[in-house]
Design a protein around this ligand. Structure first.
Ligand code: BMA
Length: 317
């Protein structure tokens, strides 16, 4: 069970049947949240020092994809650093050409960041911070081309685990979730296949979303699922429950999406029809979950659910 988080952002469900519901304050971060940002979306937040901190995808007005740190008292109103993160890069590692779609996790003694890193094409960059001021890159965890790298919040079976989705250099009309294991967060192997899209809403590709949430029943993984319509990709999100000890074994999934792009700020923006979750805050004792997701590749949004309500939507596979 995750720890208590009394200041978790929260709004009550609109009705007893709702599985996931949007914040009435959406979008919580506008596209121009920094003086140079074109858009702020697909971003990752964590509890930090009694408040909240995060790593934000801010595409600038040259349309360069950059990661910025940000801070919040309540998880809803955010102050995002004007300057992008400047990584300390170890000797021999080429500095990031660009960065996007970050995830952040507290793992043992510090926060780790994984992101889609520009290194001869997209791959999974891995780095860490303790204070969201100084950021140190470790290595590129995997070879290009790969996206949606997501670390587990603790070692499982004595090894660190990383989900990812092998891809291509473009907009990737395919994609399944794999898991890699490591003894040191540098060398990754013992790769396992996790899952592919099964339902129409996830038929083109799927990718891991927020850091998996540990529950008594298994690891709760929210993931995006994409279908190809006559007008292009449509991004939804759903969930799966992964085995606690062997998380490449999928126990159950949501046959129906949990969210599809239905609000205007999800349907209209730089890329229409995208809901893309990258972070989830939880309060263990209450089972409440706050999911942070990008809307239409333009703004950052917040939605709510509970472990029980998601469990009610999962079906064994
Ligand atoms: C993916 C990534 C995401 C984006 C999505 C929809 O390939 O670039 O950042 O949200 O496409 O455009």
């Amino acid at each position: 069970m995750s720890p208590a988080l009394p200041n978790l952002p929260w709004e009550e469900a609109p009705d007893a049947d709702a599985t996931v519901w949007r914040s009435r304050r959406n979008p919580i971060i506008p596209r121009d949240a920094t003086p140079t940002s074109n858009s702020v979306f697909n971003s990752a937040v964590v509890p930090f020092d009694g408040r909240f901190a995060g790593v934000f995808r801010c595409d600038d007005r040259r349309r360069e994809m950059r990661l910025h740190a940000g801070f919040s008292e309540d998880g809803v109103d955010w102050r995002i650093d004007q300057e992008p993160i400047s990584w300390n890069v170890p000797p021999g590692v080429e500095p990031p050409e660009y960065g996007y779609d970050p995830r952040v996790v507290w793992l043992e003694d510090r926060f780790y960041v994984t992101w889609c890193n520009g290194w001869h094409g997209p791959t999974i960059g891995l780095g860490h911070t303790r204070d969201f001021a100084e950021f140190t890159m470790v290595e590129n965890a995997l070879l290009p081309y790969n996206r949606n790298g997501v670390l587990f919040p603790r070692p499982v079976g004595g090894r660190y685990l990383l989900l990812s989705r092998p891809s291509d250099t473009g907009h990737t009309p395919f994609g399944e979730i794999f898991l890699s294991q490591s003894d040191d967060l540098v060398h990754w192997g013992r790769h396992r296949w996790v899952m592919r899209g099964e339902q129409p809403w996830e038929s083109t590709k799927i990718g891991a979303g927020p850091v998996p949430i540990e529950t008594d029943e298994g690891w709760l993984l929210f993931h995006h699922g994409v279908l190809t319509s006559c007008n292009g990709f449509v991004y939804h999100w759903g969930a799966a429950l992964l085995d606690l000890d062997e998380p490449w074994r999928v126990r159950s999934r949501t046959p129906q999406y949990l969210m599809s792009p239905q609000a205007l700020y999800e349907q209209v923006g730089d890329v229409p029809n995208v809901v893309f979750p990258c972070a989830a805050l939880t309060c263990g004792p209450t089972g409440r979950i706050a999911v942070y997701y990008g809307g239409a590749d333009t703004v950052t949004c917040l939605a709510f659910t509970t472990v029980d309500r998601v469990a009610g939507a999962l079906r064994p596979i």
